[in-house]
Ligand binder design. Structure first.
Ligand code: ZN
Length: 185
């Protein structure tokens, strides 16, 4: 999206409305990156897949590429907590640096600490769009928890913990998985 490719522009239109990007748009783009040199040692998909059909399409594609998933990380949080976290998010217009009015406030209100550019509420962080996103989440994405739990890939992280603790927990989980993967090679 930042490079403003055709694919990126199409994806942004959907996301600004709080809707999901069509599967064929996103699985195609992801497959290209996973099959490139930069993903030879591994990859993290952040926020994808978001539906069971996407997870199935991804599994088929990974199979084709001779790759697979080591784990699926669920950052678990209530709707109220999600409203608080996303609703307070402020994004820098120049470079996308992210702040939070309560949890990670900038030195000066409305101004990016790093580059001095203006901080805004992204279209998809507006309250009515967040509510729409949560509705979409419960309907389309939540079933993935069971989907990946059945495959024994799911790891739960407490998303209500402070941001630093969530980040630590993610790092710990990933390092443990890496150790386990290295031992089985
Ligand atoms: Zn910035």
């Amino acid at each position: 999206m930042r490079e403003e490719t055709e694919l990126g522009k199409t994806a942004k239109e959907y996301m600004d409305r709080g809707d999901l990007v069509p599967d064929e748009v996103i699985v195609g783009a992801i497959a290209e990156r996973i099959d490139s040199a930069e993903a030879a040692d591994g990859f993290i998909l952040d926020g994808f897949p978001r539906t069971v059909p996407q997870a199935e399409a991804l599994a088929a594609k990974l199979d084709e590429l001779g790759r697979g998933l080591t784990a699926v990380l669920l950052i678990d949080a209530s709707d109220d907590e999600v409203m608080r976290r996303l609703g307070g998010r402020r994004t820098c217009t120049e470079n996308g640096h992210v702040f939070h009015v309560e949890l990670n406030p900038p030195e000066t209100e409305g101004v990016c600490d790093v580059d001095g550019s203006e901080l805004i509420v992204r279209d998809d962080d507006k309250p009515e769009v967040i509510r729409h996103r949560l509705g979409t989440y419960h309907e389309k994405t939540e079933p993935l928890i069971e989907f990946y739990d059945h495959l024994s890939l799911l790891r739960r992280i407490d998303g209500a913990a402070p941001p630093d603790a969530v980040a630590d927990e993610l790092r710990r989980t990933l390092s443990t998985l890496k150790l386990e993967a290295d031992q089985t090679v």
